[in-house]
Design a protein around this ligand. Structure first.
Ligand code: PLP
Length: 474
C-alpha cells in the first residue's frame, strides 16, 4: 500500500469520539452500549479498509455513528418467518411442521406462566411431566404406556441404550438407514453402547436370519421404517407381526422405529397409506417410536409407546433426564394430540394435514390469482406463468408419494443468471420467499401458502429490490 494514505487513516475518528456524538446516544439507547461499541468498531474498520482501497474523504464521527446505527437497525432475527414455497411440506431445513393455533396458544401460555409441569394438582404432590400427554398417547395409539423425549433420534437412542447397552441389537441389513443430518443407524447404535448385529442382506432378510442371531446376549431387536427409500425388485422382509412373534419367542423386546408415523389413516385425506402407530402397536412390537414434527404436525419431539414395564425401564434410564422436553413443547404436544381426538376437523385445524390434503384445483386457482400480481412485482425481466408441479411430503415420510400441485414458474427473459439474482433478492426480503430452481425456472409451489397469508405475500413481493446489495452479492 502507498505510504501517504497512512496519514489519511490517522484522521479516522476513534471509537470514543464516535461514541460521544449525539447520534451514538440514540444508538446506545436502542441497542445497548456493548453492541453499539462493537458496531462502531466495525464501521471504523470498514472505513479504514475502504480508504486503503480508494483514497477519499475521511468520514466524520457523526457519519460513522449513523452507519453503525443503520447496521444494527438492519439486523434481522435469524429465525424470522419465511414463505416455504419449495413444495416440500415438512422441510427439515425450514423447521418441519407449522403448528396448529391451539398448540401455539398452549405454548405461549406455558411460556408466560408457571405451570403444573411436575406437580399433581389433586394431591399437591410431585407429578411427572409425561403425565400430561401419557393418557392421550395411549388413547390415540392403543399402547399401554408412553414417554416423550427431544426427538425421534433420541427415542431410538434411549431405547437402544436402555435394552442393549453392552449387549447385542439385531437389525436387518435392509434397514440400516441414514436420514439427513447424520442420523445413521450404525452410529446411533454405537453411541448407545449397543453392539450391532446385522442380519440378512440388503434386499432380502428372512425369519431364520433373525432366529439364528438371537442368543443370550441379545438385548433388543430393531425394525426400522425405511423412511426415505424403498427397496424394490427381488426383496423379502420379515413383517412387524411375524418379527414380533419371533422376538417374543426369544424373549427379546422388538422396537419398531416408524420414523414419521401417523396417528390417523392418511388415505382418508387423499394421501398414500403410511402405517399408523396404532397398527404398529397392534402388530405386537413391544416398543414403537415416532416423531412429533413429521406427519404428526406438532413440535419437535420423539415418542416411545409400548409395554408398561418397558416404558418404566426407559424412564429409569438416567439418559431420559438428558433427553426430556420442556414445558413449552409439552404444552404444544398436548394441544396437538388433542386435535386428533376429533378427526373430522383435523384437516381444518392442523396446518401440516391442511397443506398435504390441499387439492391441486384449489392451489391452481390461487396461482392464477397471484400470477398477474407477481408478474407486476418482478417487472419486465421475467416471465411468470402458472404451471403444474409435484409437491413432496418431506422429512422422509412417504418418499415416493408426490402430490399434484400448482406453481408460479418464473423464467428470465434475458440471461439465465438473472434467475439466481432474483432468487437471492427473494431470500433478502423482510419475509424471505424460498422456492426452487429447476429446469431453468424458479418454481414457487403454492401448496404451503395459506390463503390468509396471500396479502402479506403480495405486500412483501412489492418491496422486491432486484438491484439491492443482497441481489448483487453472489
Ligand atoms: C426421521 C426419522 C428418525 C429421526 O427422527 P427425528 O424426529 O428427526 O429425530 C428416525 N428414524 C426414522 C425411521 C426416521 O424417519
Amino acid at each position: 500500500m502507498a505510504e501517504p494514505e497512512v496519514n489519511v487513516l490517522r484522521h479516522l475518528p476513534a471509537v470514543a469520539a464516535v461514541l460521544a456524538t449525539a447520534e451514538a446516544a440514540l444508538l446506545v439507547e436502542r441497542h445497548g452500549r456493548v453492541a453499539a461499541t462493537e458496531a462502531i468498531r466495525k464501521v471504523i474498520d470498514d472505513a479504514r479498509d475502504a480508504l486503503r482501497e480508494t483514497p477519499s474523504d475521511v468520514p466524520g464521527a457523526s457519519e460513522l455513528a449513523q452507519q453503525a446505527l443503520a447496521r444494527l437497525d438492519a439486523r434481522t432475527p435469524g429465525l424470522r418467518p419465511l414463505f416455504n414455497l419449495t413444495g416440500v411440506v415438512l422441510h427439515t431445513n425450514l423447521g418441519r411442521a407449522v403448528l396448529a393455533e391451539a398448540a401455539i396458544e398452549a405454548a405461549v401460555e406455558a411460556m408466560r406462566h408457571a405451570v403444573a409441569l411436575e406437580y399433581d394438582l389433586t394431591g399437591g404432590t410431585r407429578g411427572e411431566r409425561d403425565d400430561h400427554v401419557r393418557d392421550l398417547l395411549c388413547e390415540l395409539t392403543g399402547a399401554q404406556d408412553a414417554t416423550v423425549v427431544n426427538n425421534n433420534a433420541a427415542a431410538v437412542l434411549l431405547g437402544l441404550n436402555t435394552f442393549a447397552l453392552g449387549r447385542e441389537a439385531v437389525v436387518s441389513r435392509g434397514e440400516l438407514i441414514e436420514i439427513g443430518g447424520a442420523f445413521r443407524m450404525p452410529d446411533i447404535m454405537a453411541r448407545a453402547g449397543a453392539q450391532m448385529v446385522e442380519v440378512g442382506t440388503t434386499n432380502r432378510t428372512h425369519a431364520a436370519d433373525y432366529r439364528d442371531a438371537f442368543n443370550e446376549r441379545t438385548g433388543l431387536v430393531l425394525k426400522v421404517h425405511t423412511s426415505n427409500y424403498r427397496i424394490q425388485g427381488f426383496t423379502a422382509e420379515v413383517g412387524a407381526r411375524e418379527l414380533a412373534a419371533l422376538a417374543d419367542a426369544a424373549g427379546v423386546p422388538l422396537l419398531n422405529d416408524l420414523g414419521s408415523g401417523s396417528l390417523v389413516d392418511l388415505s382418508r385425506y387423499g394421501l398414500a397409506r403410511e402405517p399408523t402407530v396404532r397398527e404398529a402397536v397392534e402388530e405386537g412390537a413391544r416398543l414403537v417410536t415416532f416423531s412429533g414434527d413429521k406427519l404428526l404436525g406438532g413440535p419437535q419431539a420423539g415418542f416411545i409407546v409400548g409395554d408398561r414395564a418397558l416404558i418404566a425401564q426407559i424412564n429409569r434410564n438416567p439418559l431420559k433426564r438428558a433427553l426430556r422436553v420442556d414445558k413449552l413443547r409439552l404444552a404444544a404436544i398436548e394441544a396437538t394430540l388433542n386435535l386428533y381426538r376429533d378427526p373430522d376437523r383435523l384437516a381444518q385445524r392442523l396446518p401440516t394435514l391442511r397443506f398435504l390434503a390441499r387439492d391441486k384445483v384449489d392451489i391452481g386457482a390461487q396461482a392464477r390469482r397471484l400470477q398477474p400480481v407477481v408478474a407486476a412485482s418482478l417487472g419486465d425481466a421475467f416471465a411468470v406463468e402458472v404451471g403444474e408441479c409435484l409437491s413432496q411430503v418431506g422429512s422422509g415420510a412417504l418418499p415416493l408419494d408426490t402430490l399434484h400441485s400448482a406453481a408460479l414458474l418464473i423464467r428470465p427473459r434475458g440471461s439465465q443468471s438473472e434467475l439466481e439474482r432474483l432468487n437471492t433478492a427473494l431470500r433478502a426480503l423482510s419475509r424471505p420467499v424460498v422456492g426452487r430452481i429447476a429446469d431453468g425456472a424458479l418454481r414457487l409451489d403454492l401448496r404451503c401458502l395459506a390463503e390468509t397469508d396471500e396479502a402479506l405475500f403480495v405486500a412483501t413481493l412489492a418491496r422486491l429490490d432486484l438491484h439491492g446489495p443482497a441481489a448483487r452479492t453472489p
